[in-house]
Design a protein around this ligand. Structure first.
Ligand code: FPP
Length: 254
Protein backbone atom coordinates (compact mmCIF):
# COMPACT_ATOMS: atom_id res chain seq x y z
CA UNK A 1 0.00 0.00 0.00
CA UNK A 2 1.92 3.06 -1.21
CA UNK A 3 -0.03 5.86 0.37
CA UNK A 4 1.59 9.28 0.08
CA UNK A 5 -1.09 10.70 2.41
CA UNK A 6 -0.34 8.37 5.32
CA UNK A 7 1.70 10.12 7.99
CA UNK A 8 1.51 8.61 11.49
CA UNK A 9 1.19 10.96 14.44
CA UNK A 10 4.75 10.17 15.60
CA UNK A 11 6.17 11.44 12.29
CA UNK A 12 3.78 14.37 11.78
CA UNK A 13 6.51 16.97 12.30
CA UNK A 14 9.26 15.09 10.43
CA UNK A 15 9.55 16.19 6.79
CA UNK A 16 9.10 13.26 4.42
CA UNK A 17 12.34 14.23 2.64
CA UNK A 18 14.27 13.32 5.78
CA UNK A 19 12.69 9.86 6.18
CA UNK A 20 14.95 6.91 5.29
CA UNK A 21 14.10 5.38 1.94
CA UNK A 22 15.65 2.00 2.66
CA UNK A 23 15.62 0.44 6.14
CA UNK A 24 17.56 -2.74 6.95
CA UNK A 25 16.91 -4.70 10.14
CA UNK A 26 18.91 -7.29 12.09
CA UNK A 27 16.04 -9.00 13.89
CA UNK A 28 17.48 -10.26 17.17
CA UNK A 29 16.18 -11.48 20.51
CA UNK A 30 13.61 -14.11 19.54
CA UNK A 31 15.29 -16.70 21.76
CA UNK A 32 15.57 -14.32 24.73
CA UNK A 33 11.91 -13.34 24.37
CA UNK A 34 10.87 -17.00 24.50
CA UNK A 35 13.24 -17.89 27.34
CA UNK A 36 12.01 -15.04 29.52
CA UNK A 37 8.51 -16.53 29.22
CA UNK A 38 9.55 -20.15 29.74
CA UNK A 39 8.62 -20.94 26.11
CA UNK A 40 10.54 -22.94 23.50
CA UNK A 41 12.78 -20.83 21.20
CA UNK A 42 10.55 -21.51 18.21
CA UNK A 43 7.72 -19.61 19.92
CA UNK A 44 10.01 -16.56 19.83
CA UNK A 45 10.54 -17.06 16.09
CA UNK A 46 6.78 -17.47 15.57
CA UNK A 47 6.08 -14.24 17.36
CA UNK A 48 9.01 -12.70 15.42
CA UNK A 49 7.25 -13.60 12.17
CA UNK A 50 4.29 -11.52 13.40
CA UNK A 51 6.68 -8.55 13.84
CA UNK A 52 7.88 -9.11 10.26
CA UNK A 53 4.28 -8.91 9.07
CA UNK A 54 3.53 -5.71 11.05
CA UNK A 55 6.74 -3.91 10.05
CA UNK A 56 6.42 -4.86 6.37
CA UNK A 57 2.85 -3.57 6.25
CA UNK A 58 3.83 -0.35 7.98
CA UNK A 59 6.80 0.28 5.63
CA UNK A 60 4.52 -0.31 2.63
CA UNK A 61 1.91 2.05 4.10
CA UNK A 62 4.56 4.72 4.71
CA UNK A 63 5.60 4.50 1.06
CA UNK A 64 9.21 3.52 1.80
CA UNK A 65 11.27 2.19 -1.07
CA UNK A 66 12.82 -0.87 0.55
CA UNK A 67 12.88 -2.98 3.70
CA UNK A 68 15.66 -5.56 4.02
CA UNK A 69 15.40 -8.15 6.79
CA UNK A 70 18.12 -10.50 8.01
CA UNK A 71 16.07 -13.67 8.45
CA UNK A 72 18.68 -16.45 8.41
CA UNK A 73 22.45 -16.07 8.25
CA UNK A 74 24.87 -18.46 6.56
CA UNK A 75 26.10 -19.20 10.11
CA UNK A 76 22.62 -20.07 11.45
CA UNK A 77 22.93 -23.63 10.04
CA UNK A 78 25.01 -24.31 13.18
CA UNK A 79 21.82 -24.15 15.29
CA UNK A 80 20.10 -27.38 16.39
CA UNK A 81 18.45 -29.20 13.46
CA UNK A 82 14.96 -28.82 15.01
CA UNK A 83 15.32 -25.03 15.20
CA UNK A 84 16.64 -24.78 11.62
CA UNK A 85 13.76 -26.93 10.33
CA UNK A 86 11.23 -24.87 12.27
CA UNK A 87 12.67 -21.61 10.87
CA UNK A 88 12.54 -22.94 7.29
CA UNK A 89 8.94 -24.00 7.86
CA UNK A 90 8.11 -20.53 9.20
CA UNK A 91 9.50 -18.91 6.00
CA UNK A 92 7.47 -21.27 3.85
CA UNK A 93 4.27 -20.57 5.80
CA UNK A 94 4.97 -16.83 5.87
CA UNK A 95 5.30 -16.79 2.07
CA UNK A 96 2.08 -18.74 1.57
CA UNK A 97 0.02 -16.84 4.15
CA UNK A 98 1.36 -13.37 3.38
CA UNK A 99 1.39 -13.65 -0.42
CA UNK A 100 -2.12 -12.20 -0.88
CA UNK A 101 -1.25 -9.22 1.39
CA UNK A 102 2.10 -8.74 -0.36
CA UNK A 103 0.34 -8.59 -3.73
CA UNK A 104 -2.56 -6.43 -2.47
CA UNK A 105 -0.07 -3.91 -1.02
CA UNK A 106 2.03 -3.78 -4.25
CA UNK A 107 5.08 -5.14 -2.43
CA UNK A 108 7.86 -6.58 -4.61
CA UNK A 109 9.48 -9.60 -2.99
CA UNK A 110 13.22 -10.15 -3.61
CA UNK A 111 15.16 -12.73 -1.57
CA UNK A 112 18.96 -12.60 -1.26
CA UNK A 113 21.45 -15.23 -0.09
CA UNK A 114 22.68 -18.57 -1.39
CA UNK A 115 20.03 -21.02 -2.56
CA UNK A 116 22.18 -24.03 -1.59
CA UNK A 117 20.78 -26.11 1.28
CA UNK A 118 17.45 -24.24 1.43
CA UNK A 119 14.67 -26.86 1.24
CA UNK A 120 13.09 -27.13 -2.24
CA UNK A 121 9.59 -26.42 -0.86
CA UNK A 122 10.79 -23.11 0.62
CA UNK A 123 12.53 -22.13 -2.64
CA UNK A 124 9.38 -22.98 -4.60
CA UNK A 125 7.23 -20.61 -2.48
CA UNK A 126 9.90 -17.89 -2.65
CA UNK A 127 10.23 -18.23 -6.44
CA UNK A 128 6.45 -18.08 -6.85
CA UNK A 129 6.25 -14.92 -4.71
CA UNK A 130 9.10 -13.32 -6.69
CA UNK A 131 7.38 -14.13 -9.97
CA UNK A 132 3.92 -12.91 -8.92
CA UNK A 133 5.22 -9.68 -7.35
CA UNK A 134 7.86 -8.87 -10.01
CA UNK A 135 5.98 -5.91 -11.45
CA UNK A 136 4.91 -4.36 -8.13
CA UNK A 137 5.94 -0.72 -7.78
CA UNK A 138 5.53 -0.24 -4.02
CA UNK A 139 7.87 -1.36 -1.24
CA UNK A 140 10.63 -3.85 -2.09
CA UNK A 141 10.75 -6.51 0.63
CA UNK A 142 14.20 -8.06 0.56
CA UNK A 143 14.52 -11.15 2.74
CA UNK A 144 18.08 -12.31 3.46
CA UNK A 145 18.00 -16.09 3.94
CA UNK A 146 21.19 -18.18 4.02
CA UNK A 147 22.97 -14.85 3.61
CA UNK A 148 26.46 -13.87 4.74
CA UNK A 149 28.17 -10.73 3.57
CA UNK A 150 31.72 -12.10 3.33
CA UNK A 151 30.46 -15.02 1.24
CA UNK A 152 28.54 -12.60 -0.99
CA UNK A 153 31.69 -10.46 -1.48
CA UNK A 154 33.82 -13.55 -2.23
CA UNK A 155 31.19 -14.75 -4.75
CA UNK A 156 31.21 -11.33 -6.43
CA UNK A 157 35.02 -11.31 -6.65
CA UNK A 158 34.97 -14.81 -8.16
CA UNK A 159 32.35 -13.93 -10.76
CA UNK A 160 34.24 -10.78 -11.84
CA UNK A 161 37.53 -12.72 -11.97
CA UNK A 162 35.88 -15.43 -14.10
CA UNK A 163 34.56 -12.83 -16.54
CA UNK A 164 38.01 -11.20 -16.68
CA UNK A 165 39.73 -14.56 -17.30
CA UNK A 166 37.32 -15.21 -20.19
CA UNK A 167 38.23 -11.84 -21.69
CA UNK A 168 34.71 -10.47 -21.14
CA UNK A 169 35.79 -7.82 -18.64
CA UNK A 170 38.86 -5.58 -18.52
CA UNK A 171 40.16 -5.73 -14.89
CA UNK A 172 41.23 -2.08 -15.18
CA UNK A 173 37.56 -1.07 -15.50
CA UNK A 174 36.47 -2.70 -12.21
CA UNK A 175 35.31 0.10 -9.93
CA UNK A 176 32.87 0.33 -6.98
CA UNK A 177 29.89 0.40 -9.32
CA UNK A 178 31.04 -2.74 -11.20
CA UNK A 179 31.64 -4.50 -7.90
CA UNK A 180 28.25 -3.51 -6.48
CA UNK A 181 26.59 -4.86 -9.62
CA UNK A 182 28.09 -8.30 -8.90
CA UNK A 183 26.58 -8.46 -5.38
CA UNK A 184 23.21 -10.05 -4.50
CA UNK A 185 21.86 -6.54 -4.04
CA UNK A 186 22.66 -5.38 -7.61
CA UNK A 187 20.32 -2.57 -8.61
CA UNK A 188 19.09 -1.92 -5.05
CA UNK A 189 19.80 1.32 -3.19
CA UNK A 190 22.07 1.02 -0.13
CA UNK A 191 20.23 1.05 3.22
CA UNK A 192 19.99 4.51 4.81
CA UNK A 193 19.18 3.16 8.27
CA UNK A 194 20.16 -0.08 10.01
CA UNK A 195 18.03 -1.11 12.98
CA UNK A 196 19.24 -3.83 15.33
CA UNK A 197 17.04 -5.15 18.11
CA UNK A 198 17.93 -6.80 21.45
CA UNK A 199 20.70 -4.31 22.20
CA UNK A 200 23.56 -5.98 20.34
CA UNK A 201 26.16 -3.63 18.81
CA UNK A 202 27.34 -5.85 15.95
CA UNK A 203 26.90 -6.12 12.19
CA UNK A 204 27.06 -9.95 12.29
CA UNK A 205 28.21 -10.34 8.66
CA UNK A 206 25.17 -8.43 7.30
CA UNK A 207 25.49 -6.19 4.20
CA UNK A 208 29.06 -5.13 5.04
CA UNK A 209 29.54 -3.40 1.67
CA UNK A 210 26.07 -1.89 1.46
CA UNK A 211 25.96 -0.48 5.02
CA UNK A 212 29.10 1.67 4.55
CA UNK A 213 27.22 4.93 5.08
CA UNK A 214 24.09 3.73 6.90
CA UNK A 215 23.02 5.31 10.16
CA UNK A 216 22.83 2.74 12.97
CA UNK A 217 19.99 2.55 15.50
CA UNK A 218 20.09 -0.06 18.24
CA UNK A 219 17.18 -0.72 20.58
CA UNK A 220 16.98 -2.99 23.64
CA UNK A 221 13.49 -4.06 22.43
CA UNK A 222 13.44 -7.77 21.54
CA UNK A 223 12.33 -8.46 17.95
CA UNK A 224 9.06 -10.27 18.89
CA UNK A 225 7.97 -7.05 20.66
CA UNK A 226 9.09 -4.64 17.93
CA UNK A 227 6.06 -2.82 16.55
CA UNK A 228 5.13 0.35 14.58
CA UNK A 229 6.02 2.82 17.40
CA UNK A 230 9.59 1.42 17.48
CA UNK A 231 9.88 1.83 13.71
CA UNK A 232 8.63 5.42 13.96
CA UNK A 233 11.10 6.16 16.78
CA UNK A 234 13.99 4.88 14.65
CA UNK A 235 12.83 6.98 11.69
CA UNK A 236 12.55 10.11 13.87
CA UNK A 237 16.04 9.57 15.19
CA UNK A 238 17.37 9.02 11.68
CA UNK A 239 15.77 12.27 10.49
CA UNK A 240 17.74 14.18 13.11
CA UNK A 241 21.11 12.79 12.01
CA UNK A 242 23.50 14.85 9.92
CA UNK A 243 24.76 12.68 7.05
CA UNK A 244 27.93 14.03 5.48
CA UNK A 245 29.25 10.97 3.59
CA UNK A 246 32.83 12.00 4.46
CA UNK A 247 32.37 15.61 3.31
CA UNK A 248 31.91 18.70 5.46
CA UNK A 249 28.41 19.72 4.42
CA UNK A 250 25.30 17.75 5.41
CA UNK A 251 23.92 15.86 2.39
CA UNK A 252 20.23 16.06 1.57
CA UNK A 253 18.41 12.75 1.86
CA UNK A 254 16.82 13.01 -1.57
C1 FPP B 1 17.55 -13.92 15.93
O1 FPP B 1 17.04 -14.24 17.19
C2 FPP B 1 16.62 -14.27 14.91
C3 FPP B 1 16.83 -15.21 13.94
C4 FPP B 1 18.06 -15.98 13.81
C5 FPP B 1 15.82 -15.55 12.95
C6 FPP B 1 14.89 -14.46 12.52
C7 FPP B 1 13.58 -15.06 12.24
C8 FPP B 1 12.38 -14.49 12.42
C9 FPP B 1 12.21 -13.09 12.82
C10 FPP B 1 11.13 -15.26 12.27
C11 FPP B 1 10.68 -15.62 10.93
C12 FPP B 1 10.95 -14.66 9.85
C13 FPP B 1 10.22 -14.58 8.72
C14 FPP B 1 10.67 -13.74 7.61
C15 FPP B 1 8.96 -15.30 8.57
P1 FPP B 1 17.82 -15.29 18.10
O2 FPP B 1 17.16 -16.60 17.93
O3 FPP B 1 19.28 -15.27 17.76
O4 FPP B 1 17.56 -14.67 19.51
P2 FPP B 1 18.51 -14.75 20.79
O5 FPP B 1 19.80 -14.07 20.44
O6 FPP B 1 17.73 -14.01 21.83
O7 FPP B 1 18.69 -16.21 21.11
Amino acid sequence: MTNAAYIPEALADVPRASWPRHIAIIMDGNGRWARSRGLPRIEGHRRGAESVRCVTEECAKLGLKQLTLFAFSSENWRRPRDEVNALMDLYRKFLIEQRPTILKNHVRFVPIGRRDDIPAEVLAEADRTVELSAKATGLTLCLAVNYGSRGEIADAARSLATRAARGELDPATIDEETFASALNTAGMPDPDLLIRTAGEMRLSNFLLWQLSYAELWVTPRLWPEFRQPDLHAAMRDFAGRERRFGGLEPATNA
